[in-house]
Design a protein around this ligand. Structure first.
Ligand code: COA
Length: 257
């Protein structure tokens, strides 16, 4: 049985399902290997326009790294696992296509770190998100401390890390991390994914890169990057098609060029 179940929800919408429900979809080394390969396949396939991440079983999105692999002070294996997670999570963050993360149940530790690498989060009201590594005597290692503090600021981040507090889906929505909070996650996923299909793919890739790289650049430099991108997109076939389609009152046919 695949640990990452790959399916297409509709043309262009690729779902990757974390599929280890008996262990709340914990990120074992074999599961991480399948996730890595599934991300590569989705990135390379021109038919895939939007990626959706979900967890199987209804109880968890992902409850974090597989703690069973940590036991026994296996330092070399532990470091290799952490370096690999960092690489895969960075790859996820840099995917040039929109990634929707749909969370019902627990998104803890590495599960929440994965969510923080995605672009649009959809949650159920009673989902529970957190970085509880401190309860194990550890700290996050997949970028969680840095991505969370940049997403919500020091105080909300401290509550999750220093008090080990789990944030509800409703609070994630109130804080602006989640784009929507709903009990009907299936419908919300399809609605957002279909909306993503209407945006030009080159523009999506460039806007993702601008948000990511601009965040670490001086603002005037970032604004110059932004205009360079716009000037480039203006002269693409899709840029001209989008303008023509609006003026001709029809739907644009974007080709990714
Ligand atoms: N790694 C390995 N196994 C995990 C796991 C993880 N991160 N999270 C859950 N599991 C396993 C449990 O060991 C249990 O396995 P078992 O049935 O063989 O005993 C199974 O998944 C179900 O979890 P359980 O703890 O019984 O469910 P619960 O409803 O009582 O509690 C949580 C749910 C999420 C609160 C609890 O499982 C938990 O705290 N998990 C660890 C979260 C964490 O610290 N993540 C960061 C890791 S660095």
């Amino acid at each position: 049985m695949a640990l990452i179940e790959i399916s297409d929800l509709a043309p262009g919408i690729r779902q990757l399902l974390f599929n280890r429900p008996d262990k709340l979809n914990a990120l074992s080394t074999p599961l991480m290997g399948e996730f890595d390969a599934a991300l590569d396949a989705a990135a390379e396939d021109p038919e895939v326009r939007v990626i959706v991440l979900r967890g199987a079983g209804g109880k968890a999105f992902v409850a974090g790294a597989d703690i069973a692999e940590y036991q026994g002070d296996k330092r070399a294996a532990f470091i290799a696992y952490q370096m690999n997670s960092r690489r895969v999570f960075d790859k996820l963050e840099r995917l040039p296509k929109p990634v929707i993360c749909a969370i019902d149940g627990f998104a803890l530790g590495g599960g929440f770190e994965i969510a923080l690498c995605c672009d649009i989060l959809l949650v159920t009201p009673d989902a529970q998100l957190g970085l509880p590594e401190g309860r194990l005597g550890l700290s996050p290692g997949g970028g969680g401390t840095q991505r969370l503090v940049r997403a919500v600021g020091k105080y909300a981040a401290s509550d999750l890390m220093l008090a080990g507090w789990r944030m509800s889906g409703a609070r994630a929505h109130a804080l602006g991390i989640a784009a929507d909070v709903t009990d009907d996650l299936d419908a919300a996923v399809l609605k957002r994914a279909r909306a993503c299909l209407k945006i030009a793919p080159l523009a999506q890739a460039e806007m993702k890169r601008l948000m990511r790289e601009g965040a670490d650049a001086p603002v005037e430099t970032a604004k110059s990057f932004e205009q360079e991108v716009l000037f480039r997109l203006y002269s693409t076939a899709d840029g001209q098609e989008g303008i023509d389609a609006f003026l001709e009152k029809r739907d644009p046919a974007f080709r990714g060029a």
